[in-house]
Design a protein around this ligand. Structure first.
Ligand code: SAH
Length: 391
């Protein structure tokens, strides 16, 4: 094993000793000029005590740790890690007669920093957030074949949009082939998935459990699903007997996906789509809804944007709280990592105070089991939701 050695400044090795997987550029004492993005490196204390092995990148997060053991990062390593991730999903029944959409690997949460793998009815879609992971995609694809066997029909890499621009990153199939859109199942409902033209890997898998919970509330209800993308929540509501569902998104393409998914399940009767800006639309609602879903994109991607984002969440939620019918229910979410659970809850409380209506929190919901938060990497927590009832 001959990975270049990087020494960590005294005092800066503490987080690594606690097994936090990120090393910031300021923590590295050695010169890194000769290193290339994606190189594997070995980290040591100033006294040459081994700390970990990771992928190097000329960036704020300079190293993402793959292993805290002194071991080679090879095919056997990826086979073991990916098999463990796959088994944890299969072990909780995510692959069944009614569900074949789930996340196989959630980066740091699965001790594979920078690697996301989503599964859609036989097809694995890889999205890399570090160059080092991208350079390992062949091994990752082999490991997926090893872990999933015949269940796997194709592997696609879609990393050009998540990595810094460079000529040697290309998207495409690494194994097999699959025409898109490809039909897959979530909670017994069919969805068309297109990883090539869709957002992220094609679908927002992280709302699977929350969509199922919505189903429990939806029978006989009138529902407004804002920021609907491909209609994830809408279809679950329709499947559970909602009498009317309005799906809203500012993107025409997203609404086209929603309409296709509604048609795929023969749900047209009780459904209508709206192309509009959610913030504008919410100012004055034209219908008495029983349930409103608010699932906006991350308003704050960075800490500096946090204050502005809070104002955005407060305004959006205040519009919904003010207008929903008495007894109505709001599913409200934030996927901004820099806004934590307490801050989000306080923002919703502030919105309630502003409207003068009485609001109760019925359930606190979050990201599902296939998006795990590693105990040593609390930054992995990002999706928070509240189910509130307005009196
Ligand atoms: N709830 C969805 C995922 C939401 S992703 C699901 O379950 O799959 C966020 C969506 O918000 C995207 O589809 C994006 O097009 C849409 N969007 C972004 N800004 C918007 C705005 N101002 N008004 C309405 N939709 C918006």
């Amino acid at each position: 094993m001959s990975y270049p050695i990087l020494h960590i400044r005294k005092g800066k090795d503490q987080s690594l000793m606690r097994r936090h997987p990120w090393v910031f550029s300021g923590a590295i004492e050695s010169t890194t000029e000769s290193l290339k993005d994606g190189d594997l490196v070995c980290l040591c204390t100033k006294k040459d005590q081994f700390l970990g092995i990771g992928h190097f990148q000329h960036a704020t997060i300079s190293v993402r740790i793959l292993s805290f053991e002194f071991e080679e990062i090879n095919q056997e390593f990826f086979n073991r890690k990916i098999k463990k991730a796959v088994d944890s999903r299969l072990g909780i029944g995510l692959l069944s007669d009614t569900n074949n959409i789930f996340r196989i690997c959630h980066g740091e949460g699965d001790e594979l920093p920078g690697l996301v793998i989503d599964f859609y009815n036989g097809v694995a879609v890889i999205q890399c957030h570090s160059i080092g992971m991208y350079f390992s995609v062949e091994q990752i694809s082999n490991a997926l074949q090893y872990a999933l066997g015949d269940v796997l029909t194709a592997v696609y890499t879609k990393s050009a949009e998540t990595l810094p621009k460079r000529t040697d990153v290309t998207d495409g199939y690494l194994f097999g082939n699959c025409e898109t859109p490809h039909v897959a199942l979530e909670n017994g409902v069919k969805y068309n998935i297109d990883w090539i033209t869709g957002q992220k890997t094609g679908f927002f898998i992280d709302q699977r459990v929350n969509r199922r919970i919505l189903g429990e509330y939806a029978q006989g209800k009138k529902v407004l699903n804002t920021f609907c993308y491909s209609g994830g929540f809408s279809l679950q509501a329709l499947n559970h007997g909602a009498t009317l569902v309005h799906s809203l998104d500012s993107s025409k393409k997203a609404i086209a996906l929603t309409d296709e998914n509604v048609a795929l399940n023969d749900f047209h009767e009780n459904h209508a789509s709206i192309v509009a800006d959610a913030m504008d639309y919410m100012k004055e609602l034209k219908e008495d809804y029983d349930i409103i879903i608010l699932d906006p994109p991350a308003f704050a991607k960075h800490r500096e944007k946090r204050h502005q984002a809070i104002q955005g969440y407060k305004r959006l939620n205040a519009h919904a709280i003010r207008q929903i019918k008495p007894g109505g229910i709001i599913f409200t979410f934030s996927c901004s990592q820099v806004i934590d659970k307490a801050l989000f809850t306080n923002t919703i409380i502030a919105a309630a105070i502003e409207t003068g209506r009485s609001v109760r929190i019925l359930e606190q919901i979050h990201q599902p089991a296939d998006h795990p938060i590693h105990a040593f990497h609390p930054e992995g927590e990002y999706l928070k939701g509240l189910i509130i009832q307005v009196d």
